[in-house]
Design a binder for this molecule. Structure first.
Ligand code: HEM
Length: 403
């Protein structure tokens, strides 16, 4: 088919999609739409290929490596989750998706630039970021008063705030007054990389975007699916109550996290059925033959990674939310290979483990503190980023602890 005047193959074939992702850089290459690249910046990791992409990717992978997750992210995720949940009043109604976004945003800006939720700079950054996101999801018309134009203006405002943080940090490092607890992305990029100022700012913005939109959507989806699956919610709650019984009320450890077996089934099932990222953009960089088909160099490709997730030949009754299906799918089976929520190959999402940790820790406290119901009918949609038409309004009921 032809998409925006370019010959394009749209693939819902799980094997071919895996082949595309695994052959990144050899036969296929990332092909980010120009409007997204313009707004995220020319140095955005999501739009780059080649050496500079590899350099930025290794910074991102290091930023969210296992040791960092365990020692640095875990306690902070727990703190941010508790902060959000403590603000929920028994019997109140609010947007669960907004709360998820607040949680993920606060976590990311803290770890990227040591910005705390209450700081005026953080409040301003979030305000600009909301306008920026509206433009990302709009028709890319750079005309006065359009959402796109406003988003480009917000991009400049965001880069100004980030640039100020970066300059202050570089200054501190030069003076030797940089504090150890500021072990954030700014510290590593300004001491250990050769990236230019523009590259650093675009990298931070792409990590904020990639790390905040997606994990907040994942948390909202879990809230949405669990609300209509009381058996799953009950089993999840039992798992978390038992963990607390064994260890007491102290903070979660990595070992506690590893014990959350049913939680991981809930996470996988939420990602499978929720399909936060439905498709990707690639282009063919050399003539390819695949199973008797000739695919010419220069063609565009749209692998629909969500197709496998809803394929009845791969998952029984795929439209049903069934976390238990993951109890029989081991990491070695082909069904697990078909879970492509985080993509695959050399561009596999570097934030996959962080996102799962965020979901698990948030759910750990949520299910112990609250029951909830949808305050109005709502459902997930992609426009193009995953959201809910009514922003997922929920009414919460605090769980009274037995004394
Ligand atoms: C449930 C949550 C998440 C989902 C479903 C998700 C999914 C994805 C997908 C499908 C890609 C595209 C890879 C490709 O083009 O092949 C991606 C890329 C990326 N994600 Fe995530 N992601 C999630 C959370 C996160 C988090 C928490 C971060 C942290 C910052 C993050 C950072 C990134 C980055 C930096 C890339 C670009 C990778 C590259 O170009 O090499 N993601 N993600």
């Amino acid at each position: 088919m032809s998409l925006l005047g370019k010959p394009t193959i749209v693939s819902a074939d799980a094997d071919f999609n895996r082949y595309i992702l695994q052959s990144e850089g050899k036969m296929f290459e990332n092909s980010c739409p120009t409007s997204i690249a313009e707004i995220l910046g020319r140095w955005s990791m999501l739009a780059l290929e080649g050496e500079i992409h590899r350099e930025m990717r290794s910074i991102a992978v290091n930023f969210m490596g296992n040791v960092k997750l365990r020692n640095y992210f875990l306690p902070d995720i727990e703190q941010q989750a508790l902060k959000i949940l403590h603000s929920w009043k028994d019997g109140s109604t609010f947007s669960a998706h907004e709360e998820g976004k607040k949680f993920a945003f606060n976590l990311m800006v803290k770890h990227l630039m040591s910005m705390d939720p209450g700081m005026p700079e953080t409040v301003k950054l979030r305000k600009e970021y909301i306008t920026f996101m509206k433009g990302m999801a709009s028709i890319p018309l750079n005309l006065p008063y359009t959402a796109y134009r406003k988003a480009l203006q917000s991009r400049s405002a965001i880069l100004k705030i980030m640039g100020k943080r970066l300059d202050e940090r570089v200054q501190k490092i030069r003076e030797g007054s940089h504090e150890l607890e500021e072990d954030d992305l700014l510290a590593s990029v300004s001491t250990q990389s050769n990236l230019t100022r523009d590259q650093i700012l675009d990298l931070i913005l792409s990590l904020l975007f990639a790390g905040h939109e997606t994990s907040s959507a994942a948390i909202s989806l879990a809230i949405y699916f669990l609300e209509s699956s009381p058996k799953a919610l009950q089993q999840l709650r039992e798992e978390h109550v038992n963990i607390v019984k064994m260890k007491g009320e102290s903070g979660l450890t990595w070992e506690d996290y590893k014990q959350m077996e049913f939680t991981h089934c809930v996470i996988n099932e939420t990602l499978r059925l929720g399909n936060i990222v439905k498709f990707l953009h690639r282009k063919v960089i050399k003539d390819v033959q695949y199973k008797g088909y000739d695919i010419p160099c220069g063609w565009e490709l749209v692998p629909i990674i969500s197709a496998a997730h809803l394929d009845p030949t791969i998952y029984d009754d795929p439209q049903t939310y069934n976390p238990w299906r993951w109890q029989t799918i081991s990491t070695a089976t082909s069904k697990n290979n078909n879970l492509m929520s985080f993509s695959g190959g050399p561009r596999l999402c570097p934030g996959a483990e962080l996102a799962k940790l965020e979901m698990a820790v948030f759910l750990h406290h949520l299910v112990q503190k609250f029951n909830w119901e949808l305050a109005e009918h709502d459902y997930p949609v992609s426009f193009p980023f995953l959201g809910f038409p009514k922003n997922l309004p929920i009414k919460v009921h605090a769980i009274k602890k037995l004394t």
